[in-house]
Structure formats: structure tokens, C-alpha cells
Write a protein that binds this ligand. Structure first.
Ligand SMILES: [Zn+2]
Ligand SMILES: [Zn+2]
Length: 124
């Protein structure tokens, strides 16, 4: 699941802030990760050496922020085993035999309850 999420994760980071998002394939809701600030945001490197260091630091923090976003998103998104789309907790149903997305459930006449019935944890 982590690899799937990682591949779908959209990078909307800026020079100062790291941020990632994923769109639910069913409802289209866009989830955004918690924003984390680059530790050197707004700091101007005083030398070329510092510039190189800041750039490397940025890469490192970017990677860490991405891993955090993947971890967060893995709790909120699910892969439907039928249509293989990645959908949010509101669009993913816990069914009797196999958990699946709302679309597949209605196609297959399966009943189930969504993982998360409310929007609460989707709100950024
Ligand atoms: Zn959804
Ligand atoms: Zn499905």
C-alpha cells in the first residue's frame, strides 16, 4: 500500500514548505498532508558552501516529509481490490466478504459501512 500511495502522491511543496496531496478516485476529494516548514525557510545562505548545504538539507527534509505524508495517507486511503483504484475512507466500504469501494459495492450489490462515515478527518 505504501508504494501505491507514494506513487500517487502529488508534490505541492514550495521552497519553504513541504506539502503533498492525493485525490480520491471515487469522490474526487483532495487530501493534503500536514504542511511542514523547511528548517531554513527564509534564511539566505551566506556563502556558496552554505547554499550547497541548504540544498542538501532541503532534499533530506523533503524526503522525510514525503515519508510522513505517505504514512498519513496510508491511514486515509485504500486500494479497492476489484477496480484497483485508490479511494478515501469515506468511499471504501467494510463488506462481509471483501472490503471494496462504493462504486464496486453498488455494481456487485454488496452492502457495507464506510471506514469513515464523516468528513472530519479529511478536513485540512
Ligand atoms: Zn472518496
Ligand atoms: Zn472499486
Amino acid at each position: 500500500m505504501r508504494e501505491i500511495v507514494k506513487a500517487l502522491l502529488k508534490d505541492c511543496s514550495t521552497r519553504d514548505v513541504f506539502c503533498f496531496s492525493i485525490r480520491c478516485a471515487e469522490c474526487g476529494q483532495v487530501w493534503s498532508s500536514r504542511q511542514t516548514r523547511f528548517s531554513k525557510a527564509g534564511v539566505h545562505p551566506k556563502s556558496e558552501g552554505k547554499q550547497v548545504i541548504f540544498d542538501a538539507l532541503y532534499q533530506k527534509e523533503h524526503e522525510l516529509a514525503k515519508n510522513d505524508a505517505v504514512r498519513e495517507a496510508t491511514d486515509i486511503f485504500n486500494r479497492c481490490p476489484i477496480c484497483r483504484r485508490t479511494v478515501c475512507n469515506r468511499c471504501f466500504l467494510i463488506c462481509e466478504d471483501l472490503d471494496m469501494c462504493v462504486h464496486c459495492a453498488s455494481q456487485l450489490n454488496e452492502q457495507g459501512a464506510p471506514v469513515t462515515p464523516s468528513l472530519v478527518e479529511m478536513v485540512v
